[in-house]
Design a protein around this ligand. Sequence first.
Ligand code: SF4
Length: 223
Amino acid sequence: MVLVINFSGGKDSCAMLAYLCEKYPDTEKHVVFADTGWEHKDAESWSRGIVESFGLHLNVARNPNKTFLEMVVRRKMFPGMQTRQCTSDLKRGPIQTWIRQNVTDKLVINCMGIRSEESPNRKKAKHLSRNKSMTNSRRTVWDWNPIKDWNSDQVFNYLKMHNIPLHPVYKYLSRFSCRVCIYMSAHDVHQVKINDPEAFKIIEHLENQIGFTMFQSGSITTI
Ligand code: SF4
């Protein structure tokens, strides 16, 4: 059995990584970071530092055909909250490809740091489910959400207990996501404008270029 740990560098990924290392110290682990091409500039190096502090190596998976911004330009629209093509094409897909290309073990447990508290959809997700598209005659893959029932206080406390630092964006953002994410609250968008004006400008420019706004409520400039 091998654990594949989906790792973004955010608080939930960090707590999940620490938890899995604590509970299953002797189980083989692969940590995979999906780079959407629209990550915070130091997201990969930050993630590498955290992962290496557990004696593990950070693997990076990318969609070879597009980044987040390229996808938006080609489709002339931003991903929607329902379809979330960004997650399927730039995160889940590349990690699944990475598993197919790099993991030979017959039993793969694909671990994700999603939590029920985050959204109604995540609440509906099962703790453990067989991944039908990844399972074949040579390999069985289970998707596992080990910290699904944790609340955010538990996550923060667990990180504190294990001396795992939070990425500096948590000083002004509630989530560690893409530099500007389709799920961002108005508060976080304002914070991006102040703390990462380059990212804000890129989205503003893109909205004008394609004639489509990132947020349903209107242009990023009016949020
Ligand atoms: S962080 Fe947000 S914008 Fe980035 S891939 Fe995930 S849902 Fe899409």
